[in-house]
Design a protein around this ligand. Sequence first.
Ligand code: ADP
Ligand code: MG
Length: 240
Amino acid sequence: MIDVSQLYKSYGKNEVLKGIDVTIGKGEVVVVIGPSGSGKSTFLRCLNLLEQPTSGEILFEGVSITEPKHNINATREKMGMVFQHFNLFPHKTIQQNITIAPIKVKKQSVQEADQIAADLLKTVGLSDKKDAYPNQLSGGQKQRIAIARALAMQPHVMLFDEPTSALDPEMVGEVLDVMKRLAEGGMTMVIVTHEMGFAREVGDRILFMDGGVIIEQGTPDEVFGAPKNARTRDFLAKVL
Ligand code: ADP
Ligand code: MG
């Protein structure tokens, strides 16, 4: 589904990504771990060209999205993204937050979009919040709505950048549960997280990034159970 080769990204003189090569298969759940500043967010943002790579190629479903004449808007619709901060529209209801992009961008009818929103609200366990406003929701509820909103565009892949890092501890589980169910449903997912228990349980593959490169990758059992690289071992010793 995604094929990244020799991805480099610099901000001025700061070279943040230094040659990332990775392939992500359909239905795969890839969890990216690594220390702060290692380039995890930059990598994720390059995948949907929220950041323009300095060099390298990204193929999405066989199409090069890094070549200059590619229309990224059409591709972005197929990539849902959920950030640490939920960025819901404060003056729109929960239902409107979910339906605005499908109506405006996908040209869905209001009825169709409302129906899909109702199904998604059920999926994330928040059907009763349809007419509420974001400030009436807890952090965990807002993040579940942010996930529903991304899913409303019927993406082919979901990108998550530390979706639980800004939440109070008691709300982390409800968001991870929604993500776990999404994974079990076959969604292709790339997830940056510090939740190592979740990574081990739900990830098909773990990528350990440090210093702008993928230092090590493998199954959760390989990376958590028998890390090969000293930097991986050092990082895991600090976080586990
Ligand atoms: P991580 O998500 O692993 O913590 P980031 O990808 O956010 O790492 O950041 C990696 C490096 O890139 C950091 O040194 C950061 O300061 C730098 N960086 C990230 N985004 C920008 C930006 N928009 N402009 C300049 N530097 C940036
Ligand atoms: Mg980050």
